[in-house]
Design a binder for this molecule. Sequence first.
Ligand code: GUN
Length: 301
Amino acid sequence: MSATIIDGKAYAAGLRTRIAKAVGELSREGATPGLAVVLVGEDPASQIYVKNKARQTAEVGMNSFEHKLPASTSEADLLALVARLNADPAVDGILVQLPLPKQIDTQKVIEAIDPGKDVDGFHPINAGRLMTGVPGFVSCTPLGCLLLIRSVRRDLAGLDAVVVGRSNIVGKPMAQLLLSQSCTVTTAHSRTRDLAEVCRRANILVAAVGRPEMVRGDWVKPGAIVIDVGINRVPNPAAGEGKTKVVGDVAYEEAAKVASAITPVPGGVGPMTIACLLRNTLQAACLRRGLSMPMVDAAQA
Ligand code: GUN
């Protein structure tokens, strides 16, 4: 069997087009959505993410407010900025880029964000809403994964899903989302006994561990849908000395021979994260204006 390659880049582009249309309608009413992104310090990966976010925010017609603060910023100063953004009527969504410098308590900052502007879905109120099946903001990467899964299979009820990884940002919300789709969900992690055997039970296998190519082809059940959240930079001696390449958490070539559908790295889950951030910002803007959310994605159905 040769797997369908799930094209996250194309799906994200389509999602952004639908978001842009909805943003255009809001803008004609003088209600352009606004997203504030806060970057503290100079982490290179975070700088790239924030730059891409600003570009894509502008491309869909939203207002982008960037706040770049030095690495030495105090927790009190960051909390004061969050309070200003909470109170700013032009700001619908707030994203504080993680990781934060050591002197700042990340959880305190997350909990300071107005849950109605928490487009990352990291606030415990939004995590709790997801857990209890109440509408709220869902963390962007797992939301993107669910959209990609449902692009190849709409009805997931009764399927065995295994999520490898238990982070608050990806693993735990991913498991909740799959449960909300009536999957039978297992959350596996570094202490799971016989991880390969657990993975082999999965009709849907989501790998979010940050270990290059850890999930091998013989861990994949024939016909499974495989979603690779990993973005790992590894040496690539074949391309020359000192060269690197990006690989996922799944051994792609091996897994693609067994799976029915699989996300590539790059070009799978990665492009979905910012598209879902824009989707959540549109949702925040609609909510704050008392409007219903336009249909922009399959996760709403
Ligand atoms: N750092 C890496 N991924 C993310 C994300 O999705 N949101 C935020 N705020 N920080 C991140």
